[in-house]
Ligand binder design. Structure first.
Ligand SMILES: N[C@@H](CCC[C@H](N)C(=O)O)C(=O)O
Length: 261
């Protein structure tokens, strides 16, 4: 059979999108999913998402990492599937949809390629040595670094993601350095098992961790530069809880096609 797909990217974090409202594809097949995400033998992507029907919501987001395994929340993928839902005519400029970590609200710009996605509230932030560890829908390790531009993010990220503490469940490893009025971030992503150009739940984790680290409270807006572009995180912090967290940035349709499967 042939499978129709769309390719989206959000700050260089790239995803295959499939309209599965008619249940055209059974995606519970890790080798099949990994094959579609393969950059040499398939379409290529950091992950794939299926847009499905869900009673009580505009749609449901079903997400798999590039390794073919279902995963926790993907922030940039969430922003891209919102742009995809708009393109398909499933939603207008605002939406409430369901993802693996619960309901999400999102808003799209008039131009249709800038998406603000509300993320889950966060309360627990722990330390692992100098690093902060928190879950923003996916688990993240946040470590402040100097000389980030020249850092070997693959080797250092791989070593942390696979150490005794994190090897079993996995973790995404974010390195952060102050830049301008915000931060520069590079991420080694679980499930891709490599550095990606951006990670939405990752930059969200960084923004929250840095607010805690610097003891900043109130309504905060944090610009973050990643390898694939620029993202922004808005949130409220009262010293204990992070609420009204929004991940904002570009979400663009790159191409569409069909593939023999
Ligand atoms: N790219 C993502 C994170 C996707 C999930 C991650 N690979 C994991 O398994 O935790 C994002 O934009 O949040």
């Amino acid at each position: 059979m042939t499978l129709n797909f769309y390719k989206y990217q959000g700050a260089g974090n790239d995803f295959i999108m499939v309209d599965n409202r008619e249940n055209v594809v059974d995606h519970h097949r890790p080798a099949f999913i990994a094959g579609l995400c393969d950059r040499r033998f398939g379409i290529g992507g950091d992950g794939i998402m299926f847009l499905e029907n869900k009673a009580g919501y505009d749609f449901k987001m079903v997400y798999y990492n590039a390794d073919g395994k279902p995963s926790s929340m993907c922030g940039n993928g969430g922003r891209c599937i919102v742009a995809f839902a708009k393109y398909l005519g499933v939603i207008d400029f605002e939406t409430n949809f369901l993802a693996v970590d619960g309901p999400h609200y999102a808003k799209i710009s008039e131009s249709g390629d800038w998406v603000s996605l509300q993320m889950i509230d966060v309360e627990t932030v722990t330390k692992d040595g100098e690093a902060y560890v928190l879950n923003t829908g996916s688990p993240h390790y946040v470590l402040q670094t100097v000389g980030l531009k020249d850092k070997n993010v693959y080797d250092d990220g791989y070593a942390i993601r696979n150490n005794d503490m994190y090897a079993k469940e996995g973790i995404n490893v974010n390195f952060v350095e102050p830049q301008g009025d915000g931060y520069f971030v590079r991420t080694f992503e679980r499930g891709v098992e490599d550095e990606t150009y951006a990670c939405g739940t990752g930059v969200t984790a960084v923004a929250l961790a840095m607010a805690k680290h610097n003891n900043i409270r109130g309504s905060i807006s944090t610009p973050i530069k990643v390898l694939g572009g620029n993202l922004n995180i808005r949130f409220d912090y009262n010293g204990n809880h992070f609420t009204n967290i929004f991940l904002e940035g570009p979400a663009k349709r790159v191409f569409e096609g069909e593939i023999n499967v």
